[in-house]
Write a protein that binds this ligand. Sequence first.
Ligand SMILES: Nc1ncnc2c1ncn2[C@@H]1O[C@H](COP(=O)(O)OP(=O)(O)OP(=O)(O)O)[C@@H](O)[C@H]1O
Length: 336
Amino acid sequence: MNPSIINVKNVKRTYVAEQGLFKKKKKTIEALKGISFEVNKGEVFGLLGPNGAGKTTMIKILTTMLIPTEGQATILGLDAETENHKLRPQINFILGGERNLYWRLSAYDNLTYFADLYKIPRSIQKERIPELLQLVGLENAATQRVETFSKGMKQRLQIARGLINDPKILFLDEPSIGLDPISARNLRQVIRQLNEKGTTIVLTTHYMQEADELCDRIAFINQGELIAIDTPDNLKKMVGQLSVVQFDCMNGLKAKSLLSKNASLQHIEETTNDYYSTVRVQTSEPQKVISLLYSGLGESGIQNISITEPSLEDVYLHLIGGLKDEQHSSPIMANS
Ligand SMILES: Nc1ncnc2c1ncn2[C@@H]1O[C@H](COP(=O)(O)OP(=O)(O)OP(=O)(O)O)[C@@H](O)[C@H]1O
């Protein structure tokens, strides 16, 4: 295994926020409650969790934008808090959305601007900028103003910007947010290419399929705590004893009330489309669930019943869905 390149030890971070419209009250929010993990050199490492879990806070600490309240983050052997000036030239980050670009400048001029900020000599810029534009497929739009770019093009330019200093570690917070499926797929390809060239990648995402495809290891965070960390395959083994029954139906509520008679259900997830719902049921007794579904075929318009392999999304639902009322103190290792 490659040596660790990021070492996070018992990191806590609290925010003090003001609440109330007239009578302002101070409230302390524990965004990270003592998190420890390591990222190995050359890995694509994913931070996953629901809204407000603490992922962005973690990324901000690792990129020296935020200081931990307690604990320590060491990146490339440097303390993120006290040695940030030595660390910053060696890493880079891309936050979701379209911030950080100058819309009136061309793609090329944007990259020149950021290269100058990193004090990269013009002779190196002359080679690197065209290379980066080619990597992200923007070589034909180099002289075009960014304000004329589509969302996908802006996001690809962000990637080029994030690579301008040839970082050893690239941090990506929600890289494919708002992208159409083809742009998101192209972006994943660029991330994979980068990783093959040796860049360590740390990313947050809400897209389970993206995490499954890209990440060597994944850490699940919920309410500021690390609840599981492992490879996607090992994580899926955690729900290996469960089967997933999937079906389409016209009346999701009716189908769910039908299934509520079965005690083996672990989780039900319904995705509503225009005309029907797709329901995924995690269960230890798939045959019983299927019998129940057959008994209600007519009433709820149930169709396309199938048994599928657990996905990373099922792991997420199993871990996060089941945790709403529980407190976990130590992370779950899928293969322990
Ligand atoms: N500047 C801030 N002031 C006060 N509270 C904050 C601040 N930034 C984040 N928080 C709170 O800290 C917690 C963690 O937020 P964080 O943005 O790290 O979560 P996240 O996992 O990235 O969420 P999302 O997926 O929605 O982006 C949340 O409860 C959030 O409201």
